[in-house]
Write a protein that binds this ligand. Structure first.
Ligand code: AMP
Length: 249
């Protein structure tokens, strides 16, 4: 079984994101970038399935600028077999990403696609769902457990207040939640080995996909600064403040 995993290059989750002075986006120049954390979980899950002998090949795909090769090399160091980079200097919105990934799925014919539940830069939480829709496949989103047996995927999903288990007929799509696994660190020998693994590049135009943005960002703003807190001497004062100052009770 071949597994396809999408990996997006985003601002590293440890970086304090700064809004650009013209409010049209966030600062990315000279900012540390890395693999979207949910995609790292997706790669780890695919590699574990390969180690268990369930998957035969793990292919990773990223869409972005030429430098996005670095996140693909990280995925290869974790254990993926080969990588595809779809280069684009346009901003790729979820629908365009889903269409490009569909074009790759049509070429590669994997039995399972794993995406992150969301990219931490745009927080859209749309690409996996749109891709499953375009493919006409079943989808198990926000997976915290994944089992594959006899042509099916059993996905435990994290839903409000509990867990839901769905059974999907393969081929299917799964999106990862935080608790699915804890990704391993890529070791130095594996980072070295990853350099020799195949990475092919193609363009959105070669895949025949129109990536023109459908949404326009009107404004990006910093969250409001939080005011300092105060200590209250008693429950009575707290209740009084909640009722008369905050007006929340
Ligand atoms: P989003 O819908 O933007 O929150 O992204 C959800 C998931 O779709 C991500 O975790 C990735 O697995 C995948 N994805 C979105 N954009 C890209 C991209 N440019 N390259 C590769 N994968 C992507």
């Amino acid at each position: 079984m071949k597994i396809l995993v999408s990996v997006k290059r985003v601002i590293d989750y440890n970086v304090r994101v700064r809004v650009k002075p013209d409010n049209n986006g966030v600062e990315t120049a000279n900012v540390k970038m890395s693999m979207n954390p949910f995609d790292e979980i997706a790669v780890e899950e695919a590699v574990r399935l390969k180690e268990k002998g369930i998957a035969t090949e793990v292919v990773v795909v990223s869409i972005g600028p030429d430098v996005a090769q670095d996140v693909l090399r990280t995925a290869l160091a974790i254990g993926a077999d080969r990588a595809i980079l779809v280069t684009s200097d346009e901003v790729i919105q979820p629908l365009a990403a889903a269409k490009l990934l569909k074009a790759i799925v049509d070429k590669e014919a994997p039995q399972l696609v794993i995406t992150g539940k969301q990219a931490i830069d745009d927080d859209c939480n749309q690409t996996g769902q749109m891709l499953a829709g375009l493919l006409g496949w079943g989808q198990g989103t926000f997976a915290s457990k994944l089992e594959i047996n006899e042509g099916h995927a059993l996905v435990t999903r994290e839903v409000d207040g509990g867990l839901m288990t769905v059974k999907l007929k393969l081929p299917a799509l799964v999106t990862t939640d935080l608790r699915l696994n804890e990704p391993r660190y890529a070791t130095l020998p594996n980072i070295m080995k990853a350099r020799a693994k195949p990475l092919v590049k193609m363009t959105a135009a070669e895949l025949g996909v129109d990536v023109t943005p459908r949404l326009k960002t009107i404004k990006v703003e910093e969250p409001k600064k939080r005011k300092g807190g105060t200590k209250v001497p008693s429950v009575q004062v707290l209740v009084d403040k909640l009722r008369n100052e905050a007006k929340v009770i």
